[in-house]
Design a binder for this molecule. Structure first.
Ligand code: HEM
Length: 152
């Protein structure tokens, strides 16, 4: 019995093709993530004292800069949508029961949206300046952080 293989690139349905744009998103975000992730690792682990410089004050200093806020928000949003869309592909491939597949895909996007909202809130509203008692919890970093904060 002969098998007819569908012509590659043939369109089954006219109109907006979500799978095509999802496929393109994975490639495009992959290229951007290489730059963002390796830039992030380079800045945190290789510049200056490298990994030894990482502490609360280091992160507070980075997040005081609009450049790193934009960098980190972009990395967060692109990576979460990339990872979620990749997991959606895996679920579509392996979940055999339709209601389980639909539930898992919904759960994936709900978790993704929640993490994006929490992450953006953390990145944009973060302040190292708590009250004196919370700054004292930072131990020796407390002095550096207190120096960044307005006098109360
Ligand atoms: C250097 C950064 C990255 C690059 C270049 C990259 C690239 C890619 C590409 C091209 C695909 C599509 C593969 C295919 O369709 O066969 C893919 C799939 C996927 N990516 Fe990434 N990715 C990166 C980072 C990440 C991160 C940070 C996550 C998690 C948050 C992630 C999770 C996934 C998942 C779950 C899939 C689906 C796997 C599959 O289809 O077998 N990736 N990635």
């Amino acid at each position: 019995m002969s098998v007819v293989i569908e012509t590659p690139r043939s369109r089954k349905r006219p109109g907006f093709n979500l799978e095509k744009y999802g496929w393109m998103y994975m490639r495009l975000s992959g290229v951007l993530l290489v730059i963002l992730i390796f830039g992030h690792l380079f800045a945190n682990l290789m510049v200056g004292e490298g990994i030894h410089a990482i502490n609360f004050a280091f992160v507070a200093g980075k997040w005081a800069s609009p450049f790193w806020q934009v960098w980190d928000v972009t990395m967060l949003v692109l990576a979460l949508i990339h990872g979620t869309n990749g997991m959606r592909t895996l679920v579509n491939d392996y979940a055999e029961v339709e209601w389980i597949r639909r539930t898992l895909v919904w759960l994936l996007w709900i978790v993704c949206a929640t993490l994006i909202v929490i992450g953006i809130l953390a990145l944009t509203t973060f302040t190292p300046c708590g009250d004196a008692s919370s700054i004292s919890l930072l131990g020796k970093d407390g002095a550096n952080v207190a120096a960044l904060c307005p006098v109360k």
